[in-house]
Design a protein around this ligand. Structure first.
Ligand code: HEC
Ligand code: HEC
Length: 207
């Protein structure tokens, strides 16, 4: 009985945290200057000094949506988004630190995107804007915006590394990234390998 009560409390706490997080993630609360100092100390070795990571397995954070960043960091820290690589760098940070980091990265200028395979990019653009009605894949622009910049909880995908995107699509399809919206699981499951590759190349090519 005690066990059950504790579980219920934990669920209530998690729900409470979710709501508090949504509220505290409102833009403007983080201090970008403090975030810059933290980033230089613990994050820049992988994500680059200004969030434009040079390594394709490490996501670019420059210009990413502030609200999205704050939530993903909190989810890594608390284990809802699993990553053995990321979590250790966040455990000692508090909510204000995370807000400061989110403010810093959101303000950085994304580096110019590199072009890829023209034929794949063309096919990927069509899929991004129209989806695939035959297999029930929605278009991506409705949530990630036509130019890929995202908004609030919808992440920027423009200019992201292809390798990072492919890995995330694999995690979604395998049910291993499940802290967010269900639609991403559906999208990842229904896209063919070729479509996934094409839409990833297109997102990476967007400025
Ligand atoms: C050792 C390399 C490394 C370090 C250091 C590191 N990260 Fe990461 N980061 C990663 C990897 C790898 C991922 C992708 C994890 C996954 O597979 O989901 C990631 C993902 C992220 C994401 C999710 C991005 C997205 O688009 O969803 C955020 C936000 C992030 N890191 C912030 C930070 C912050 C803030 C720090 C410093 C406190 C930091 N990282 C330190 C390697 C690193
Ligand atoms: C109904 C809204 C919605 C639609 C439609 C949608 N997405 Fe997403 N997507 C999200 C949200 C919200 C996230 C944030 C993470 C999460 O919830 O898991 C996300 C995350 C992502 C990510 C991971 C970004 C990162 O930095 O880790 C990629 C890649 C992505 N979406 C690609 C796509 C593609 C490609 C399509 C179209 C085929 C698409 N999305 C359609 C809402 C959507």
């Amino acid at each position: 009985m005690r066990f059950r009560v504790r579980h219920f409390t934990k669920a209530a706490l998690v729900l409470g945290f979710g709501l508090a997080c949504a509220a505290s993630a409102a833009p403007g609360k983080g201090d970008a200057a403090k975030g810059a100092a933290l980033a230089a100390q613990s994050c820049s070795s992988c994500h680059g000094p200004d969030g434009n990571s040079a390594v394709a397995a490490f996501p670019k954070l420059a210009g990413q949506q502030e609200q999205y960043l704050a939530r993903e960091m909190k989810d890594f820290k608390e284990g809802r988004r699993e990553s053995e690589v990321m979590a250790p760098f966040l455990v000692s940070l508090n909510d204000q630190d995370l807000a400061d980091l989110a403010a810093f990265y959101a303000k950085q200028k994304p580096a110019a995107a590199k072009g890829g395979d023209a034929a794949l990019i063309k096919a990927g653009k069509k899929l991004y804007l129209e989806g695939n009605s035959k297999s029930g894949v929605p278009s991506c622009d409705g949530c990630h915006e036509e130019d890929g910049t995202g908004s609030k909880k919808f992440p920027r995908v423009a200019g992201q590394h292809v390798d990072y995107i492919l890995e995330q699509m694999r995690l979604y399809a395998a049910g291993k990234r499940k802290n967010g919206v269900k639609v991403m699981l559906t999208v990842a499951e229904r896209l063919t390998e070729q479509e996934t590759r094409a839409v990833s190349e297109y997102m990476a090519s967007m400025e």
